[in-house]
Design a binder for this molecule. Sequence first.
Ligand code: 16G
Length: 266
Amino acid sequence: MPLYQPFARALGWSEGEFETGMSFSAQIGTLRPDNPAPLYLQLQQLLRDAIQRNILTQDDAIPAERDLASEYDISRITVRKAIGGLVEEGLLTRRRGAGTFVAGRVEKSFSKLSSFTEDMIARGRVPSSSWVSRLEGTVTPEEALSLGLSPGAPVYRFQRIRYADDVPMAVELSTIAGYCLPSLDAVSDSLYAALEKAGNRPARALQRLRAVPFGTEHAKMLGVDPGHAGLLIERRGFLRDGRAAECTQSFYRGDAYDFVAELTDI
Ligand code: 16G
């Protein structure tokens, strides 16, 4: 079997050397017969370690199910269970018609006023959402202060679980000033697309970020254990004329994101 390309790259080997090298199991390791752990967990651990040690890096392909099954001499069901678990964890991602790949962390710019949908598309991931709630109401005293609205002013509240390639990445709770959207139903896949259509997409935002352990409810929505590391980003978005449009709390999975910012000396 030709040398698995990502490993060859990690070793700094050239193209030609791919052809003569080791098998996938020789690179990421083999299952140990004396290990009492179930085989699927052992295979998961080998893949997890290889990702942590950068033997497998973002966008590297994982060999096909039948190839892994024959190489490790295990059933395809065992391979499927191992890979499925890592896909659920967000370490691997399935691309329809192309195979399974190392998902990598999402790099999110801290200096660009982008939406979740735009962030994911820019990284070749497929964004989607599921609705937790979608409500019309009037401002709470806290929202009135943070959005600069008068008591009794109408607002829309949207709570969504956000996915990338079907892996849950974040839970978001957005409060939008009533004058920014024509109706509750105006928002389908992307909130910013709906705001843009209404001519009310935020042009400026203030953000703050802090580390939070996920509580039971958010952990359940994101398929992680309670206490799992999370990042809470609060964004307050303003229209070009200075009026506040959005106040959103985004709870991101800490293991899925890297936040990057460009700093200059001016
Ligand atoms: C991002 C924004 C959030 C905004 C959402 C709109 C951060 C920290 N937060 O998650 O404030 O409401 O995108 O996304 O970037 P959408 O247009 O895909 O619904």
